[in-house]
Design a protein around this ligand. Structure first.
Ligand code: F6P
Length: 499
């Protein structure tokens, strides 16, 4: 009789981390990997050979290899929406048809960037990118991480509908030298379209003769963009099968391509492709996204962890935690399986985090001595980003390493308030450098890890129906329909007056 693979996982013997090191002299060989310029170290997690075997058996039972092939093969694995999931094709890893289609769109983007550089759209010094969620977080991360030594254009990425955000960007831009990039997969998102209208109004107020002539659209819905007023020649389409939170590889990546230059953008895609190939071709026990997902599931399923924390010990990666919050929580924050049954176990943990060393002086108290067990992920780079004395980067990295060791070792003390229990897990990702190629690989690693988590839990990582209800209700309220509960009606009246 076939056994349930979860039984072996739930029966895994708990052992203290330090004992695991003592018991296995080859622990580092088992639990480290070097892929695409990233050194992965899961040795300070509770993964063991037995755990890897148990999760590999679950992966087999869940058909992970076939689902991975279906992902890259362009099959409609987003079952609830009946769509393929083809962000891989944007970096050259997908079915020949989808790769050819992506290349066609990239060619179009490159031609438009050439035209911008040749001043064919008038003088451009500033790029105002308007988008939200997946249409903002990826480009923001990339430009912030890689554009620190200067970019070809001054880029502002505005997402929030709070006018403060837009005004802050407009205050430093010259309307006559600004290009507006309206980034929206659906081209229906209220916040983005309202920001775009206000930005056009700002241009008109400042005497720009043809504001619409200064707008480009990045979208999977070109018809809506042209109906809204963007000239067809300035629409950069991408495929419907590229999900919003996976879209930085498509034309949504325009600000990165234009600000950092095409070569850097191509390297970003190539780094991601390198990770794609690793994910596709490597056996589970050596596969970085799979091992990371095995550790994730060990902590959520066996140890009951409700959160996981990510700390970038590198200012250049300060936006990574918020990028990962969308990637992981919007993908896997689900309660039903892909075929609509209650999932019956915890799904995505709450992803949170920040930047080291700052976070050490703010939230690490809870990690070391609090009652919650939180698996921590440290991310640092061997090559620093500053030109100051080496002491800065040395302190940064030593602090990161020391925190991982302290979480694991703990420290006994007769005074309970001063005792550290230890045995608190962490993983470390050590990047050779923060380059386009390695950043591409890093993001692709997180995408695949999220996918593996979903497959092992039997959920669909690629829909996000949970974000719709609140949006619909805001629209209803805007239309004057105050048929809410007494509290909500009262709040609306207090803040915005009678309907
Ligand atoms: O609100 C969630 C969401 O649908 C995200 O998945 C998406 O990235 C974001 O909104 C923006 O959507 P769009 O690109 O269609 O404007």
């Amino acid at each position: 009789m076939a056994t349930n693979p979860w039984e072996a996982i739930e029966a895994l013997e708990p052992a203290r981390l330090e004992a695991l090191f003592t018991a296995d002299a080859d622990r580092l060989a088992l639990l480290t990997a070097d892929v695409a310029g990233i050194h992965f170290d899961w040795s300070k997690t509770h993964l063991t050979q037995a755990a890897i075997d148990a999760f590999a058996a679950l992966a087999e039972a869940q058909g992970l290899a076939a689902k991975r092939d279906a992902l890259f093969g362009g099959q409609a694995i987003n079952v609830t929406e009946g769509r393929a999931v083809e962000h891989g094709a944007e970096r050259g890893e997908g079915s020949p048809e989808s790769v050819a289609r992506a290349r066609g769109f990239q060619h179009r983007m490159r031609a438009l960037i050439d035209a911008i550089e040749a001043d064919a759209l008038g003088p451009v010094r500033h790029i105002l990118h308007l988008g939200i969620g997946g249409s903002a977080l990826g480009p923001d991360l990339i430009v912030d991480a890689l554009g620190r030594d200067g970019t070809r254009y001054d880029v502002a990425i505005v997402s929030n509908v709070d006018g403060v955000a837009l005004e802050e960007a407009l205050a430093r831009f010259d309307p006559a030298a600004t290009l507006i990039a309206v980034a929206s997969k659906t081209f229906t998102t209220t916040e983005t379209l309202l920001n775009a209208e206000s930005a056009l109004g700002w241009m008109a107020e400042h005497g720009v003769e043809d504001p619409y002539g200064r707008v480009i659209a990045l979208t999977a819905n070109p018809d809506a963009a042209t109906a809204w007023g963007v000239d067809e020649t300035r629409v950069l389409p991408f495929s419907e099968s590229v999900g919003g939170r996976y879209s930085l590889w498509s034309s949504i990546g325009f600000p990165a391509a234009v600000a950092l230059g095409w070569d850097a953008y191509a390297e970003l895609l190539e780094g991601a492709a390198e990770m794609d190939r690793h994910f596709r071709l490597t056996e589970p026990a050596r596969n970085a996204p799979m091992l990371a997902a095995f550790a994730d599931l060990y902590y959520t399923q066996v140890r009951g962890c409700e959160t996981r924390a990510v700390f970038a010990y590198d200012e250049r990666l300060r936006l990574l935690p918020s990028y990962l919050q969308q990637l992981e929580m919007e993908s896997n924050g689900k309660s039903v399986t892909a075929d609509g049954q209650p999932v019956g176990r915890a799904t995505a943990p709450i992803t949170w985090g920040g930047v080291g060393t700052d976070a050490q002086h703010a939230v690490f108290q809870l990690l070391h001595q609090g009652t919650h067990l939180v698996p921590v992920e440290f991310i640092g780079a061997i090559e620093g980003g500053d030109t100051l004395a080496e002491a800065h980067h040395r302190q940064l990295l030593l602090n990161m390493f020391a925190q991982g060791a302290a979480l694991m070792q703990g420290k006994a003390n007769e005074d309970a308030a001063r005792a550290y229990p230890g045995d608190r897990p962490s993983s470390t990702l050590l990047l050779d450098e923060v380059s386009p190629r390695i950043l591409g690989a890093l993001i692709a690693f997180y995408e695949h890890r999220t996918f593996v988590n979903a497959v092992l839990l039997g959920i669909n990582a690629f829909d996000q129906f949970g974000v719709e209800l609140g949006k619909e209700m805001a629209k209803a309220a805007d239309a004057g329909d105050l048929d809410f509960d007494a509290s909500t009606n009262d709040l609306i009246r207090r803040a915005l007056g009678p309907a």
